[in-house]
Design a protein. Structure first.
Length: 296
């Protein structure tokens, strides 16, 4: 097996792990307050750090970044990303939640223009327009009831895009331990500060679901790191779209999720636009070759 094949398989395994982690969020049905669940998941994710730490890296890199402003911004964007995901998977069918979260590549294109001043050609602009058309098809405002889950999914995708653009600004000029630890520490600090007013004692079953959420998320981070060590990130990134297959299967198997024909059409448009954007970004900018890791 070549390194490229190994990297792709590890990427598929990583995103399968993330998908099952998200299913545990939905199994909880909102019974653990959102900030408390964020904190519990982040605390368990600390278990991944010894496996992420590279030879020669110091533990102080977790709190001693080279770019402090970007570090703080990524802490905040990571917290919003996780908060949005928890809200989306609590209130929406899994496939619908993923469809909105997969707007991330579209948001990356927009932020690349606004923040980095990159040139975007007409093909990627068409993909951006198509992505937002897909969102309108999924949401159909005025024709269906919208809830906070839809806002959470969009916020998750936007915050994830902010994190990617911030990573572009630092490129390889930051330690891997810092890149991975930033979002975990951000979640610990934000959720730790905000969870106290609604803190409650989980039941045994709720503890097991929360553990599944945190541990599988940590496993996904480790698998994704090894995937990007085995092959270029541009080969690994498209494997994220395998999550939609897991979402459909898990939604049907665990939750009897029903997704109507219009929503399927919107999902197809969003996925097509997002995947085109991911592949086009590599062909036009080649920025992935300068990245150490692309976080979900």
């Amino acid at each position: 097996m070549t390194n490229a094949h190994r990297g792709v398989l590890l990427g598929l395994a990583a995103y399968a792990s993330f998908s099952f982690s998200d299913a545990f969020i939905k199994l909880l049905e909102g019974r653990i307050p959102v900030f408390q669940l964020m904190f519990m998941g982040a605390a368990l994710s600390l278990l991944a750090l010894p496996l992420v730490k590279q030879p020669g890296e110091k533990w102080r890199y977790l709190v001693q970044p080279r770019h402090r402003g970007i570090y703080a911004a990524r802490m905040l964007s990571g917290a919003v990303n996780n908060l949005g995901a928890i809200v989306a998977f609590t209130h929406l069918p899994m496939a619908e939640a993923f469809a909105l979260i997969f707007l991330m590549p579209i948001f990356v294109t927009l932020l690349s223009v606004l923040v980095l001043g990159e040139h975007v050609g007409w093909r990627r602009w068409l993909a951006v327009i198509a992505g937002f058309v897909g969102v309108l098809v999924v949401l159909r405002p005025g024709f269906r009831e919208l809830n906070i889950g839809h806002l959470g999914g969009i916020a998750c995708g936007l915050a994830g895009a902010c994190s990617v653009v911030l990573m572009r600004k630092v490129g390889d000029d930051e330690h891997r331990l810092t890149l991975v630890g930033t979002t975990i520490i951000g979640n610990l600090l934000v959720a730790g500060a905000l969870m106290w007013p609604d803190l409650r004692a989980p039941t045994g079953m709720q503890w097991s679901y929360a553990a599944g959420f945190g541990l599988l998320s940590a496993l996904g981070v480790v698998l994704l790191m090894y995937a990007t060590l085995a092959t270029a990130v541009n080969r690994v990134a498209p494997t994220q779209y395998s999550q939609m297959l897991w979402a459909v299967w898990l939604g049907w198997w665990l939750f009897d999720d029903y997704v109507d024909a219009w929503t399927w059409l919107g999902i197809a448009i969003i996925l097509g636009a997002g995947l085109f954007t991911v592949l086009r970004e590599e062909r036009v900018t080649g920025w992935w070759h300068r990245m150490r890791m692309l976080l979900p």
